[in-house]
Design a protein around this ligand. Structure first.
Ligand code: SAM
Ligand code: DTB
Ligand code: SF4
Length: 331
């Protein structure tokens, strides 16, 4: 049998990318970049399909970290009301509703610097309850130890989200209460526990194109590319240091998606936060450039997301459908 790809095929995953190579992709003419990304997208995925996730903030606000973009940091006055960890039953009820609304994966987010062992039993109960509904499970709970990652896996967790957020050179402009290396360490525990990784970042925080390339380079040289790669367009939060950031050019956002697709060809690339302020045309261009996942439901963690009806109309108009759903036979 013939090998499906030549060794030099651009669709083959590589882990030896240099930062200069990633930067050079950003510099391609736009049409060339999007075309290349669309070709690679088709090598691994059906480009008419989208993975559908839904978020729930299971513990909101009061976080000890000082991430300059975040509504939930206790370092900034954002007017957000903090709340305690939700009861598992309420989380499972929300997941049931998300599933009925078409979500395939349910992602539980907590505003924690790190997971405390005392919270593990309740979190494990949520995860196993959501899993039992037949949903994929994802959690984002801050830093984990190796043992905590294993315990989450044993509870039925499929994905762990832990973003690198930006390139290593810009990181300390965004957050100073933790290091890049600490993020990488948690990602290693996640991989070692056999969990799938969800890891990406944010654009629109005043970073340069080199910083954006720096983030994607870091993801591309990980021992395993993240199974899920979320690209967030900053949701500016008044009261945070980055609340007044200049919005990033929408074409630059498309470039970010296309380069992510090229350097991590088998990753599911998500347009994560920011669709609320994106046109349908921009989203369609992102799907062409290799994005194949979205968050649905009118709410992300503390900010808004397009309403279900708007997304249903977008998918219908683009003739796209949820990943893995059978196309019905013509009558
Ligand atoms: N506390 C955990 C952590 O930081 O890993 C989990 C929750 S945190 C809110 C998850 C991710 O959401 C962040 O890493 C960041 O990439 C993204 N995020 C947070 N606030 C955002 C904003 N205002 N706009 C865009 N993305 C944001
Ligand atoms: C990710 O990359 N984006 C999501 C999820 N992973 C946890 C979070 C987006 C948060 C947007 C701002 C908010 O709603 O507070
Ligand atoms: Fe805390 Fe996560 Fe927000 Fe940073 S991004 S302040 S760690 S909730």
């Amino acid at each position: 049998m013939n090998a499906p790809f030549r060794p030099s095929d651009p669709a083959l995953p590589r882990h030896d990318w240099t930062l200069e190579e990633v930067e050079a992709l950003f510099e391609l003419p736009f049409t060339e970049l999007v075309f290349r990304a669309a070709e690679v997208h088709r090598a691994w995925f059906d480009p008419t399909e989208l993975q559908i996730s839904q978020l729930l903030s299971v513990k909101t606000g009061g976080c000890a970290e000082n991430c300059g973009y975040c509504a939930q940091s206790q370092h900034f006055k954002t007017g957000l009301k903090a709340s305690k960890l939700m009861e598992a039953e309420a989380v499972i009820a929300a997941a049931r509703e998300a599933k009925a609304g078409g979500a395939q994966r349910f992602c539980m987010g907590a505003a924690w610097r790190d997971l405390k062992d005392r919270d593990l039993p309740k979190v494990a109960e949520m995860i196993s309850g959501v899993k039992a509904l037949g949903l994929e499970t994802c959690a984002t709970l801050g830093m984990l130890t190796a043992d905590q990652a294993k315990a989450l896996k044993a509870a039925g967790l499929d994905f762990y989200n832990h973003n690198l957020d930006t390139g290593p050179d810009y990181y300390d402009q965004v957050v100073t209460t933790r290091t890049y290396q600490e993020r990488l360490d948690t990602l290693a525990h996640v991989r070692d526990a056999g969990l799938s990784t969800c890891c990406g970042g944010i654009v629109g925080m005043g970073e340069t194109r080199r910083d954006r390339a720096g983030l994607l380079h870091q993801l591309a040289v990980l021992p395993a590319h993240p199974e899920s790669l979320p690209i967030n367009d900053l949701m500016p939060i008044p009261g945070t240091p980055l609340g007044g950031s200049e919005p990033v050019d929408p074409l630059e956002f498309v470039r970010m998606i296309a380069v992510a697709r090229l350097v991590c060809p088998k990753s599911v690339v998500r347009i994560a936060a920011g669709r609320e302020h994106m046109s349908r045309e921009l989203q369609a261009l992102c799907f062409l450039a290799g994005a194949n996942s979205i968050f649905v439901g009118g709410r992300l963690l503390t900010t808004n997301n397009p309403e279900k009806t708007a997304d249903e109309a977008l998918l219908a108009d683009l003739k796209m459908r949820p990943m893995g759903m059978k196309v019905s036979a013509p009558a």
